[in-house]
Structures are given as structure tokens and as C-alpha cells.
Design a protein around this ligand. Structure first.
Ligand code: NAD
Length: 480
């Protein structure tokens, strides 16, 4: 592991005007490495480099199938360095090594998927009668700014830059302060794929400094952000000042409704993945389960068994897929989650299992199940972003839908029942951008993902996301 990592601006590695930041291994609490911190001047250099690439038209004029091939090459490069990247990811983020391998593969898949689609972003011809010929062109915005969270630093950056590059944009990425290291590999991948210097710029910096400078830069033409609501509002406000479109993905408090006829044995797997994958630090985590009162006891028993079956410890020691969970990303996030459990208890919830820090160095929190949660409790309204499942109960379908829709968020939702008429009706009524029926996380890179309400706006993944990165130009021609 190298002990100092730099920013990547205009095809060169450089120190930051903002000094350095220590990156801590949350699995041990030890300092892992230091990373350069960008200041506003560094951000400006990166944006100008990206702007030069765009102005040169090298990406715009390239045949899209060629551009797509380069995007795909970035994914292949990541896979060729799978072992190295996944180890660094585990060490900086805390997730089990096998989950890190899954993330690197997931990141590579974005480059395959969007690289494949570069040549499918077609315009159309609009009939105006015999005297005219009219057509539309989808032009890249130019400089795309991407502000990345710490929970999936590779997948989140891959998701945005693969689609941005496939459509001919140049990118400036502000990597997360807590997990900046692995983002360096995108710079190496872009270089290996042959993208001109300045096409992909990767900078770590403080949100209030480098992040704020990037999203308010006058040459940035499009913004993608994943993270908290509070920061999303700041970014949307900065974007509005420059009249720049942005895509916001701001997390959730997503609910699964479990009806009396649901297959609870199968649902165990949804609990395992829905709330304990990545130690619950997933924007679309199944953080609430709203179960029919007749099945509550059984569900609690099964959830407790799953939670207690997980071996919790340093991610680097957990290299085989199985019942394991790593640390959270930082002591701060862990303490925040543990504090939210305490507040829930004081408001009347019951801790069925977990809720405590592990008695060892590292940002560990026991997999937690809370019972007796009601919509008026803080834990039912605010994102924990940790391995904490809130169990709520209902007596009729209307009540279940009302509870599910009772937060400001609306990212995803789930319905579990054998009755597909009922599932469809509930899916129609749930206020969320993506609904899972009988499997949490059903769907994939091909399906549009994004929120209703405070979960944000715009869609990522799927073909729909390509349109975030292009603007329509209509060309109307008068014929002689
Ligand atoms: P955050 O929203 O503050 O940070 C996310 C990114 O935004 C980071 O790269 C940060 O540097 C940057 N940023 C912060 N302030 C900025 C500003 N004014 N302008 C531009 N960029 C800025 O999130 P966090 O502090 O890392 O975590 C806080 C909470 O956010 C978590 O507890 C969790 O609930 C939520 N969160 C959600 C997701 C998600 O995937 N939806 C991801 C991370 C965090």
C-alpha cells in the first residue's frame, strides 16, 4: 500500500493546495495512508482541463462506437486489477473483502453496459412538410461534475462517469474524504483506455471546499450527486445559480411490506442482504419492515437469527462470501447509528438484538433488530445508514401503505406476498422510484433508479440515465 495518494488533474498526478488528509482503516482504527486535498485552485485547473478536452471536440467528433470501446476498456482494466483494487477498497471502507470484489465487478459492469450503448444515443427526424428537413442531435453537456459518497466509492463513480464518457462528456470527480483511495484507479483506467489527458480528473477534497468549488464552477455544465439531503440541497442551490441541471440521489428510509401470506423463509435472505450488506450503508437499504401483526413474532425470530449469525470483524479477514459483516466506514458514522438506536429505545422501541459497539478497535456495530417501531419515532423517519432494522406492524393493507408512505423519502419499496393482485395494487400506491416484489434489490444496472420526494430527482442506471448527459439540439433546414 503506497502511503501517499495524489489527485489526478489534466493527465498528471499532483499534490493538493489544501494539504493532506489521513485515510483511516475503519477495520482497525489505524491510519492507512494520506491523500492530497484539493482546494478551489486545483478544482479550477481540473475543470479547465476538462473544458479544453470538450472544446477540442475530440470526444464529440469521435465515432460513438469507438468511444464506447474505450469506455468498455476501462471496465476491463478494473477487472484486470481486481485483487489489488478490492483489497484497497476493503481497507479504506471496511466492507468484507468478498463484498469489495463484488463492488469492483459491479463498477466494471457499468463500463460494459454504457460502453455498449454509446452508439445507440440516436436523434430523430421530425416531419415539417415538403419545404423542410428537420432533425435532432444529442450533444454532450461538456464538463460533468460528480460528487461521490463514501459507501460505494467505486460503483458510484463508475455509474456516473461511464454514462458521461459514453455520451462524450469530460468529467471532474470529487472523491469522498473518507474513502478516496480507490478512485485513483479510474484515472489509471482512463489512461490505459486511451482517453486524452483532461477527460477524467479525480480530486479528493473537503466537501465545503473542493466540493463546493466544483459544483459552483461556471464551466461545469452538469452535476451528479449521491449523498445526504442536506448536501443535496446545497448542491442543487449552487446548480440553480449557474442554471445547470443536476441529478440528486439522496438516500431513503425504504420499507418492505410483508403480508400475512408471505414466504418468511425466503424473506430471510432479503433481511440478510437488505439491511446487513455493506453494514447497512446502502441508500436503498431495507431499513423498515412493516409486517402483518399475525406474522410479527415469526419475523422477529428469523430476523434475530440472521443478525446473530453474522460474524462481524475486519473486512480484510472476510474473503469468502458468507454470513459476515465488516465495520462501518468510520467511528463517527458508527456512533451516530448507535446513538439513533438509543434514541429509538428512549422513544419506546425495543432492542431485540444488537445495538452496541463491539469491544475492539474499529468502527463496528452489532447487527441490530428493533421491534415496536412506530411512524412517530425518529428512527422511522431518519436514515440510520447502518445495520439497524426497524420492525413495525400493521393490521390491514391500507395501514401498511400509509406507514410505508409516512416519511419524506421515497427511494425504493418492497411488497412480499403470494397474491400478485395485492402486490400490484400495493406497488401502485407506494411512493418510491423503484418497487421490489418478493425480492429486495430485484432489478439491476439496466433498471432506472432514483427517488421520489426527498430521495432526490433524476434517474441513474438503465438507458434513462444516458439522457442526463446529453442536451437536445434541433436542426431545422429550409429546402430550396
Ligand atoms: P455528505 O452528503 O455530506 O457527503 C457526500 C459527498 O458530498 C462527499 O464527497 C462530500 O465531500 C461532498 N460534500 C459535502 N458538502 C458539500 C458541499 N457543500 N458541496 C459539494 N459537495 C459537498 O454525506 P456524509 O457526510 O458523508 O454522510 C452523511 C449522511 O449522508 C449519512 O449518514 C447518510 O445518511 C447519508 N449518505 C447517503 C448516501 C447515499 O448513498 N444516499 C451516501 C453517503 C451518505
Amino acid at each position: 500500500m503506497q502511503d501517499f495518494w495524489q489527485n489526478y488533474i489534466d493527465g498528471a498526478w499532483s499534490d493538493g493546495g489544501g494539504g493532506r488528509i489521513d485515510v483511516v482503516n475503519p477495520g482497525t482504527g489505524d491510519v492507512l495512508a494520506a491523500h492530497a486535498l484539493a482546494n478551489a485552485g486545483d478544482v479550477d485547473r481540473a475543470v479547465r482541463a476538462a473544458e479544453r478536452v470538450h472544446a477540442s471536440r475530440v470526444l464529440t467528433d469521435m465515432r460513438p462506437i469507438e468511444r464506447g470501446r474505450m469506455v468498455q476498456e476501462m471496465g476491463r482494466w478494473l477487472l484486470a486489477h481486481l485483487d489489488e483494487i478490492s483489497r484497497v477498497l476493503t481497507l479504506e471502507q471496511g466492507k468484507p473483502l468478498w463484498e469489495a470484489v463484488t463492488e469492483v465487478k459491479g463498477a466494471a459492469l457499468y463500463f460494459e453496459y454504457y460502453g455498449n450503448q454509446a452508439s445507440t444515443v440516436e436523434g430523430k427526424s421530425i416531419p415539417l412538410g415538403a419545404g423542410y428537413f428537420d432533425f435532432t442531435v444529442n450533444e454532450p453537456y461538456g464538463v460533468s461534475a460528480q460528487v461521490i459518497p463514501w459507501n460505494y466509492p467505486l460503483e458510484m463513480t463508475a455509474r456516473g462517469i461511464s454514462a458521461a464518457l459514453a455520451t462524450g462528456n469530460a468529467c471532474v470527480v470529487k472523491s469522498p474524504e473518507l474513502t478516496p483511495l480507490t478512485n485513483a484507479y479510474f484515472a489509471k483506467a482512463a489512461e490505459a483506455a486511451g482517453f486524452p489527458a483532461g477527460t477524467v480528473n479525480i480530486l479528493c477534497g473537503l466537501g465545503q471546499v473542493a466540493g463546493a468549488a466544483l459544483v459552483s464552477h461556471r464551466s461545469v455544465r452538469q452535476i451528479v450527486f449521491t449523498g445526504s439531503v442536506q448536501t443535496g440541497i446545497a448542491i442543487a442551490s449552487a446548480a440553480a445559480k449557474n442554471v445547470v441541471p443536476c441529478v440528486l440521489e439522496l438516500g431513503g428510509k425504504s420499507a418492505a411490506i410483508v403480508h400475512e401470506d408471505a414466504d418468511l423463509e425466503a424473506f430471510e435472505s432479503d433481511i440478510r442482504w437488505g439491511i446487513y450488506f455493506n453494514a447497512g450503508q446502502v441508500c436503498s437499504a431495507m431499513s423498515r419492515v412493516i409486517v402483518h401483526e399475525s406474522r410479527r413474532e415469526e419475523l422477529l425470530e428469523r430476523a434475530t437469527e440472521i443478525a446473530q449469525s453474522l460474524s462481524v470483524g475486519p473486512g480484510i479477514e472476510r474473503d469468502v462470501e458468507g454470513p459476515t459483516m465488516g465495520s462501518m466506514v468510520s467511528d463517527g458514522q458508527r456512533d451516530r447509528a448507535a446513538g439513533m438506536v438509543q434514541v429509538a429505545e428512549s422513544q419506546g422501541a425495543r432492542v431485540v438484538t444488537g445495538g452496541r459497539k463491539l469491544n475492539r478497535p474499529g468502527a463496528f456495530l452489532e447487527p441490530t433488530v428493533l421491534d415496536g417501531v412506530t411512524s412517530d419515532m425518529t428512527i422511522a423517519q431518519e436514515e440510520v445508514f447502518g445495520p439497524v432494522l426497524s420492525v413495525m406492524s400493521f393490521s390491514d393493507d391500507e395501514e401498511a401503505i400509509e406507514i410505508a408512505n409516512s416519511t419524506d423519502y421515497g427511494l425504493v419499496g418492497g411488497v412480499f406476498t403470494k397474491d400478485l393482485d395485492r402486490a400490484t395494487r400495493v406497488a401502485q400506491r407506494m411512493r418510491a422510484g423503484q418497487i421490489f416484489i418478493n425480492e429486495w434489490f430485484a432489478g439491476g444496472i439496466e433498471t432506472p433508479f432514483g427517488g421520489f420526494g426527498k430521495s432526490g430527482y433524476g434517474r441513474e442506471k438503465g438507458r434513462e440515465a444516458l439522457w442526463n448527459y446529453v442536451q437536445t439540439k434541433n436542426v431545422a433546414m429550409k429546402l430550396g
